[in-house]
Write a protein that binds this ligand. Structure first.
Ligand SMILES: Cc1ncc(COP(=O)(O)O)c(C=O)c1O
Length: 454
């Protein structure tokens, strides 16, 4: 498909008709949030709608399609496995792909993660990890961080704190979670770390304030951290965060759980994002890209301390259907066979160059960030006050879509998540279209100081 190619107004006539039908029957919270076109087919990193418009895809199905859409070399073995096994509840009957996958995950995971449990998706993986943390420590409280997203189920929505509307009306019904600000390089409420402290401002806050005033450290099971925040806007913590946090966990017997549902399987340029800092988590949650963009699958990995028991009921019927295990095995093989992670790092270089240049031209851009195929632009009304500009964010997304580029404006920033195998020149082309969209939405570009790029 030659992309992008968009003619006329969006939605086109056929999409409009279908979206009207969808909105008549779907729950309005879902129907109202749909993109203004209806998908007809996907190919690599392009999407075609039912009116024949073709878009460059910079969302990758919420980062669940890592290696391009509908890849024959993943689909083929998956279809064969579906023919052979259909579905089987892997909690009842084992199959070879299931056993092989558990072994392969332990091979590629950070040292110490020797146990694997099945999950249907990322949400279920996080639910299971919370149960494991409480069971392993006998303690009730889990510490989460602002800006993080962990899912929409009652518990995961309460653990997440990306935006308060996600847990509205629910948070008070799911106790056992407390929050601290994420080590947010652009919006940290803290100054520099205090002299004689942990060496990291966020961990100083946990030590000096949270566990001093609000929650006794002996009630805390552990912390759940997105090693790089994804949906909340690609936040890369400072290097000082990890040793200080690990030390705090060690001191109080807390478990450190890395939510790698979105960062895992290559998205940030390493197989897992914790590898950027050589962090050794006690638990790790996986999902999204694990299924190679063709099957739903997730997992929880843990140390013997975190998961070395058998009395926590977990999972659900469709978790690890054999064909999904085949998809995950094939995905790991493709990611491990060379070239992909190198391409991801090249895409990061392209993004920093293009987005950095864009930020120089527009005062309305407060910050641009990129780590691998995790990239974001944050729009502000004023660079000094850093007041967010959600209306501009929406306008940029509309202008980009009209020019045939689909990225994700649904959170606090314009999130760009290309396929890990997108050719660098294609990403450059797509980001130049985004730049045109910013020019159109924000008005005349002005020269300002260079925004930071993390
Ligand atoms: C970090 C993180 N954890 C968990 C989830 C939940 O995953 P899923 O929606 O695939 O169940 C998400 C989804 O965006 C996520 O980004």
């Amino acid at each position: 498909m030659s992309a992008p190619r968009v003619g006329g107004e969006l939605p086109g006539p056929r999409s409009r008709e279908l979206l009207e039908r969808a909105r008549r029957t779907l729950y309005a919270g879902t129907g109202g949030g749909l993109a203004p076109f209806v998908l007809a087919r996907k190919d690599g990193y392009t999407l075609e709608d039912v009116d024949g418009n073709v878009y460059l895809d910079l969302i990758s199905a919420s980062a669940s399609v890592p290696l391009g859409a509908c890849r024959e070399d993943i689909l083929e073995p998956v279809v064969e496995a579906l023919r052979r096994y259909g579905n089987e509840d892997s909690h009842t009957l084992a199959s070879e792909p299931m056993i092989e996958l558990a072994e392969r995950l332990v091979d590629i995971a950070p040292e110490g993660l020797t146990r694997v449990d099945l999950a249907l998706n990322g949400t279920e993986a996080v639910e299971t990890a919370i149960k494991m943390m409480r069971r392993a420590t006998g303690r009730p409280v889990v510490i989460g961080f602002f800006s993080q997203y962990h899912g929409e189920s009652t518990t995961t929505a309460t653990l997440g704190a990306e935006q308060s509307d996600i847990s509205r009306g629910m948070r008070t019904f799911a106790p056992g979670v407390v929050h601290a600000p994420y080590p947010h390089p652009y919006r940290s409420p803290f100054g520099p770390p205090r002299p004689g402290g942990s060496g990291d401002a966020t961990v100083d806050y946990l030590r000096d304030h949270l566990v001093f005033h609000a929650v006794h450290p002996g009630d805390v099971a552990g912390v759940i951290v997105e090693p790089i925040v994804g949906s909340g806007g690609v936040l890369v913590p400072p290097d000082s965060f990890w040793p200080a946090l690990s030390e705090l966990c060690r001191e109080h017997g807390w478990l450190l759980c890395a939510d790698e549902v979105k960062t895992g399987f290559g998205r940030t340029g390493r197989m897992f994002a914790v590898e950027h800092w050589d962090v050794r988590p006690d638990l790790m949650c996986l999902g999204k890209g694990m299924g190679g963009g063709v099957m739903p699958i997730g997992a929880v990995l843990g140390t013997e301390r975190a998961m070395g028991f058998d009395d926590v009921p977990t999972g659900s019927t469709w978790a690890w259907l054999p064909a999904a295990c085949v998809a995950a095995l094939r995905t790991i093989e493709l990611l491990s066979s060379g070239g992909v992670l190198e391409n991801v790092r090249e895409l990061e270089r392209v993004a920093l160059e293009e987005l950095g240049r864009l930020a120089e031209r527009h005062e309305c851009i407060g910050d641009v960030r990129a780590r691998g195929c995790y990239q974001a632009i944050e729009f502000v009304r004023d660079r000094e006050t850093k007041e967010r500009d959600p209306e501009l964010l929406e306008r940029v997304a509309e202008e980009a879509l009209r020019r045939g580029v689909l990225a994700d404006p649904s959170t606090t920033s314009y999130n760009i998540q290309p396929s890990l195998v997108m050719p660098p020149d294609e990403l450059r082309r797509a980001l130049r279209i985004v730049a045109e969209a910013v020019d159109a939405a924000a008005g005349e570009p002005v020269r300002g100081r260079v925004a930071t790029a993390g």
